[in-house]
Design a protein around this ligand. Structure first.
Ligand SMILES: C[C@@H](C(=O)O)C(=O)SCCNC(=O)CCNC(=O)[C@H](O)C(C)(C)COP(=O)(O)OP(=O)(O)OC[C@H]1O[C@@H](n2cnc3c(N)ncnc32)[C@H](O)[C@@H]1OP(=O)(O)O
Length: 300
């Protein structure tokens, strides 16, 4: 038995992040012999994974309504994520972090599959133990930063979401499904477990026993079960799902200024009264607050 030292820190809405440089340490035992790794530098991981080609992840920012489209596009390989696509996903989220006028983002895919997880060519290229650890560091960082965006995020799930793809369905604020949506945490069946943040997110969303059951059985959840688990926020048609999802999201944010959308999102992510007060202080007395006060709004 050997030991990997991970440093963890509670962030935002309570999602633990494997990261470096913080004071509390967690020790994890592996069943690998004589292996111990330092926390990888994300830029180093990106350099390595960028070489593993296939497909693309694209970002389009619609400045007219403030809603971005983050698209997984590797249709011929069922939208599995190559190393290069993981890097593009990570970089798209970095771009969104700087989008001050944005209100929301849709995560969606081309074709008939949401995402079939890691591209098996990439998975094979990274199959030495440290490869998975490094990929996980990059994808967890991306997922955590997507969750922590001040934008309202929506996953548009059409077709199968398997393995890492299942994990990606959980990293947004909302989920819109089509009648053909299927989510499969198939990792255990493949001799592994979640590594893109999915285990913790699943537990947060459906509770401890159900998360265990879903992950141990590796069964594919069909729409009825996804709904029963409370994971579905709306149903869209397979054709035209992007437009419908955009309208669904826009209807929630179009009447609000960017500052309020961001404040509401940050508040839901916050984990203390102190944080709430900081966010509140950022909008109180601001232009939109004063404008609304002047309107003498009644809520009846
Ligand atoms: C990172 C890790 C994690 O959990 O952390 C993971 O995600 S592990 C990855 C977990 N995902 C998987 O193991 C998915 C394995 N794939 C499948 O179960 C199946 O392909 C389905 C996704 C259910 C689709 O089945 P269906 O019969 O509709 O199509 P198909 O099998 O002919 O697939 C069409 C083409 O996409 C390819 N394809 C599908 N999924 C792929 C993947 N994840 N990586 C690489 N290629 C993949 C097939 O090999 C095939 O290529 P050709 O046309 O060239 O023959």
């Amino acid at each position: 038995m050997n030991v990997i030292k991970l440093v963890s820190r509670l962030r935002g809405d309570g999602v633990f992040r494997a990261t470096r440089g913080f004071s509390s340490e967690t020790t994890i035992k592996t069943n690998y012999e004589n292996i111990s790794w330092p926390e990888p530098e994300i830029e180093d991981v990106k350099k390595q994974l960028r070489e593993l080609e296939g497909g693309r992840v694209t970002l389009y920012k619609d400045e007219t309504n403030g809603i971005a489209q983050l698209c997984i596009d590797h249709v011929e390989k069922k939208n599995s994520l190559s190393g290069k696509m993981m890097v593009e996903f990570h970089e798209a989220i970095s771009t969104l972090e700087k989008w001050e006028t944005g209100k929301g983002v849709l995560l969606f895919s081309k074709g008939d599959t949401f995402c079939s997880g890691g591209y098996l060519e990439t998975v094979k290229a990274l199959s030495a133990p440290e490869g998975g650890f490094r990929m996980s560091a990059l994808m967890q960082d991306a997922v955590m930063r997507l969750r922590n965006l001040p934008l309202i995020s929506v996953a548009v799930i059409h077709g199968q979401a398997l393995g890492g793809g299942a994990e990606l369905t959980l990293c947004t604020d909302f989920r819109l499904c089509t009648p053909k949506s299927e989510i499969g945490f198939v990792q255990a069946r493949m001799g592994i477990t979640t590594g893109w943040g999915g285990g913790l997110l699943l537990k947060k969303l459906v509770g401890h026993p159900k998360a265990l059951d879903i992950m141990l059985t590796s069964r594919r959840l069909k729409l009825d079960e996804i709904k029963a688990l409370g994971l579905v926020d709306g149903i869209v048609n397979p054709d035209g799902r992007l437009n419908e999802s955009s309208q669904w999201l826009n209807s929630k944010v179009e009447h609000l200024p960017v500052s309020v959308v961001h404040a509401v999102k940050k508040n839901v992510l916050s984990s203390s009264f102190y944080e709430e007060r900081q966010i509140f202080g950022g909008v109180w007395g601001g232009p939109s607050h004063l404008e609304k006060l002047a309107q003498n709004i009644k809520h009846n």
